[in-house]
Design a protein around this ligand. Structure first.
Ligand SMILES: *[C@@H]1O[C@H](CO)[C@@H](O)[C@H](O)[C@H]1NC(C)=O
Ligand SMILES: *[C@@H]1O[C@H](CO)[C@@H](O)[C@H](O)[C@H]1NC(C)=O
Length: 454
């Protein structure tokens, strides 16, 4: 076995890129707490400062509404950039789209301290720009994976690339907390932005759009990757191809991914944002105060998704399971267990089992990377970026709806009864996902992948 592999080098660079993009997104959530003057805000609202002890004051008097706007501004850029990002990555160069996506995040992170001094609106602009970079990253990742991952290694390579998002979220959240306390909030942006800029150097040198163009690849590896695509239509879309929109939107396997991606994201935002709120409000347990406890689930997710991805690839190579079965099994794990956890949470009202269930859910959700999330590449390697752009745009809507929905239900009545309603809706969506995906998903290349343009 060779100790250097160009395709794993590529996929690890992708993983770091996603960690950076997610890290530079979530660091603001930590830093902003140290950026606002809580005393001045409390006086403005006529509250008593002593009720909120423990938060240090920063220079800015930004109301919760302004901060909410800054945090949600990311979504605007994120959604708008999906399709243009995916199309440019497919037609021109995924390498340069990716470089732009990370560079825009790095530059605006470095500029955040300067721009925040100008106005709270400048930060809204910063967040939109970062969202644009973030929005291009998933489709561009899919384009790269379609060109670099042999079908027999696709599950593990997708898992490696996409679990960068979990690693980045944890590492940058912890790091930002330390930096903000130790050195001051400005250094969160300077240090993390500066450090992330190093990636750009590696990417420019080592990344390329196709194995054929790569300088640092051995002849055997190049032949191996190209040969592996012979059976499917991957690696052929070297030029521009006309998109078979009609065929795409009438394809049931594609709809299965849309439904799975959307329902699964609903559950993901529930677990990520609303479950900690539930534990704090109803169970009187603040998991976010405990940085190490709240990072354990992500570590489990990281490890679990790699093990599952590798297992599926091995079983496929041995001929024990089909790709279709592998995708369905992984998606089932990623949706059934969180669904069962929400069912249990309707009856469990103690913090410890709730934390255990939450950890298990997050771990199992890691199955999505080698489940529906890499399924786009199976059904159409030539249009994987476009397909990802479509499903990810639709799947971002729950990110906007979930907080509004939960806020609306629990504001009037913050008791466990309202939370049960929230949990039931989430379980319903998971059941829909499981049924629809198991019925209609496919791991095989669809005829429209190369129908037109030849
Ligand atoms: C925060 O606001 C209070 C009241 O307006 C003021 O006395 C204090 O100096 C401010 N702190 C900072 C760090 O700007
Ligand atoms: C704030 O709290 C202190 C001590 O708890 C109390 O003496 C004071 O009256 C309170 N002020 C307001 C505005 O509620």
């Amino acid at each position: 076995m060779k100790c250097y592999s160009a395709r794993y080098c590529m996929v690890i660079l992708l993983s770091f890129a996603l960690a950076i993009i997610y890290g530079l997104k979530v660091n603001y959530h930590v830093a902003v707490v140290a950026m606002v003057n809580h005393t001045a805000l409390a006086i403005q609202e006529g509250r008593n400062k002593s009720a909120e002890a423990g938060e240090e004051d920063g220079p800015y008097i930004w109301s919760p509404t302004v901060r909410g706007l800054q945090l949600s501004a990311y979504f605007w850029g994120y959604m708008a950039a999906q399709l243009p990002g995916g199309r440019m990555a497919e037609d021109y160069s995924a390498k340069w789209v990716y470089l732009f996506a990370v560079a825009i995040n790095v530059v605006f992170t470095l500029l955040t301290p300067l721009l925040s001094a100008i106005s709270s609106w400048a930060v809204v602009v910063v967040r939109v720009m970062q969202g644009i970079g973030g929005g291009m990253s998933f489709p561009a990742t899919h384009v790269m994976l379609a060109r670099w991952s042999p079908p027999t290694e696709r599950s593990i390579m997708s898992s490696i690339a996409y679990c960068g998002t979990a690693a980045g979220t944890v590492l940058f959240t912890l790091l930002s907390g330390f930096i903000a306390h130790g050195l001051g909030w400005q250094w969160v942006f300077y240090l993390e932005g500066g450090f992330s800029a190093l990636w750009i150097l590696f990417w420019v040198i080592f990344a390329s759009d196709f194995p054929e163009k790569q300088k640092f690849i051995s002849a055997e590896e190049k032949a191996f990757i190209i040969e592996s695509f012979k059976e499917e239509g991957g690696g052929e879309g070297h030029g521009k191809m006309k998109i078979p929109w009609r065929a795409i939107f009438t394809s049931l396997p594609f709809w299965a991914i849309i439904v799975a991606h959307t329902c699964s994201n609903w559950g993901w935002y529930m677990v990520l944002i609303e479950l900690p709120t539930y534990m704090k409000d109803v169970l009187n347990f603040n998991i976010q105060e405990n940085a190490s406890l709240s990072s354990v689930p992500y570590l489990c997710m990281f490890i679990f998704s790699l093990i599952l991805g590798k297992t599926i690839d091995v079983l496929r190579v041995k001929g024990k399971i089909s790709t279709t079965f592998g995708r369905k099994a992984a998606t089932f794990i990623a949706s059934f267990f969180p669904c069962a956890c929400f069912a249990a949470l309707c009856f469990i009202v103690k913090p410890t089992p709730a934390v255990v269930l939450m950890t298990l859910s997050i771990m199992c959700i890691g199955g999505m990377y080698c489940g529906f999330l890499s399924n786009h590449i199976d059904i159409s390697p030539n249009f994987a970026g476009t397909l990802m752009a479509i499903t990810n745009t639709i799947a971002t809507i729950p990110g906007i709806v979930v907080p509004i929905f939960v806020g609306w239900l629990t504001e009037k009545d913050p008791s466990i009864a309202s939370w049960r309603t929230v949990f039931f809706v989430t379980m319903g969506l998971y059941v829909l996902e499981i049924i629809f995906y198991l019925l209609f998903a496919s791991g095989n290349e669809q005829s429209w992948n190369r129908a037109e343009g030849r």
